[in-house]
Each structure stands twice: as C-alpha cells, then as structure tokens.
Design a protein around this ligand. Structure first.
Ligand code: AMP
Length: 209
C-alpha cells in the first residue's frame, strides 16, 4: 500500500485540513497507518516547540494556548526541517498548510525536490457540532487550548485563513477531497477511504470501482 497513493516518482505528500474538533487528528493517524505514510502532525510538533526554553518557545506556547496560528515563518521552518528528515517517505501533513502563505512555501519546497502535494483532504462538519466536540474533549483531555473563546477564535481563523488553502490547491489542479466528518470515526474513515482512493476526485475522472 505504500506506493498506492503516490502521484509521482518521488515520495508523496498529503495534506489534511479541517476545522478543529472535526476529528482530523484521529483520521490522519488512521489514514497514515493504513496507507504507509509518515504522519507529521504540526500541532504536536508545535507543542514540542512551545516547550522549548527561550523567547521563541514561549511565543509559540502562548499563541497555541490562545488558539491562534503560530507565525508562518516558524511553522514553515518546522515543517521543512521535518520533511528534510524524511526525504524518501510518503508524508501526511496533519494540520499543514493552514494559510495560503504556508501552502506557497510548501509548494516551493516540494518543487525544489521534484515533489508536490498529491492530494488534500478536508473534513467538514457543522460549526455547533465542532464546538460541542471540542468542549467535550477539553474536559476529557484537559487541554489548555480548548476554552470556548479559543475555540471560537479558531473557527474564525479557519474561515479567514485556512479555507482559502483549499481553493489554492483546487486552482492548481490538485484533488481536494471534502469529506463529511459527522459520525463515528469508523464511519468517517469509510468515507475518507473512498475519497482518497487513487483515481478518485473531479480532476482524475470518474470514480473507478
Ligand atoms: P492542531 O492540533 O493541528 O489543531 O494544532 C494545534 C495548534 O498548533 C493550533 O491551534 C496552532 O496554534 C498550532 N498549529 C498547528 N498547525 C499549524 C499551522 N499549520 N500553522 C500555524 N499554527 C499551527
């Protein structure tokens, strides 16, 4: 299954988007283990960066706690370092790119290595369902970044800054699979699997069974 999803001769790159609370992280882990991709979750990496001593680490930790995006240059540096460590692996970027600026930087970085983003998958769900899920998770996992204010800020940021990433890739001819994220994780994964199947998507002709 390792090469099943690859778009070209070089290691592939997949991006998983979706507003917070949509189950993006869990789906990304299932997809990457199912298809043999290296899972690079930028939220996890950011938490590591935020734990670093010094001004940079403190800034990252404060932004994450407030539910705000970490500045593009910081995020792009982190991702490029991680990608450089895995030059021959198919990578699933969970939570990146979240801005058009990040997308452009990623495209350039991959192009310089003869790679590209092969597919983008985004989970969709109604906003009130997302807010409920995040508040529930805040209780269960005791996550400092999941206050109501932080959640609402992230929703706003998603519409302003992340939704345009999908258009960026659509207009570049990359398949963008929008998957209904409502339901239990197994059910949602069933939909994800259909959507990310090789040959799926409007730019690659009709779905083949
Ligand atoms: P996540 O677990 O993917 O929802 O990420 C948690 C937090 O990490 C986000 O709320 C941001 O503060 C930060 N973060 C993760 N990915 C990015 C990104 N691509 N750009 C900016 N900040 C990010």
């Amino acid at each position: 299954a390792r090469t099943e999803l690859r778009g070209g001769p070089r290691a592939g790159c997949w991006a998983a988007c979706g507003a917070r609370g949509g189950g993006k992280g869990a789906q990304a882990r299932t997809v990457s283990s199912g298809f043999g991709l290296t899972d690079l979750a930028t939220g996890e990496v950011g938490r590591g960066e935020g734990a670093e001593v010094g001004e940079g680490g403190r800034q990252v930790a404060a932004l994450m706690k407030a539910g705000q995006l970490v500045p593009d240059p910081v995020m792009v540096r982190i991702v490029s370092e991680r990608l450089a460590r895995n030059p021959d692996e198919d990578v699933l970027l969970d939570g990146f790119p979240r801005t058009v600026e990040q997308a452009r930087a990623l495209d350039e970085l991959l192009a310089s290595e003869g790679r590209r983003v092969d597919m983008v998958a985004a989970l969709t769900a109604p906003e009130d369902a997302l807010i409920d899920r995040l508040l529930h998770r805040a209780q269960v996992e005791n996550r400092a970044d999941d206050t109501r204010q932080a959640i609402e800020e992230r929703m706003h940021e998603y519409h302003q800054r992340t939704a345009p990433v999908l258009d960026h890739y659509r207009s570049a001819g990359v398949v963008v699979a929008e998957v209904d994220g409502v339901g239990d994780p197994g059910e949602v994964f069933g939909r994800v699997r259909v959507a990310v199947r090789p040959g799926a998507g409007p730019d690659r002709g009709p779905l083949s069974h």
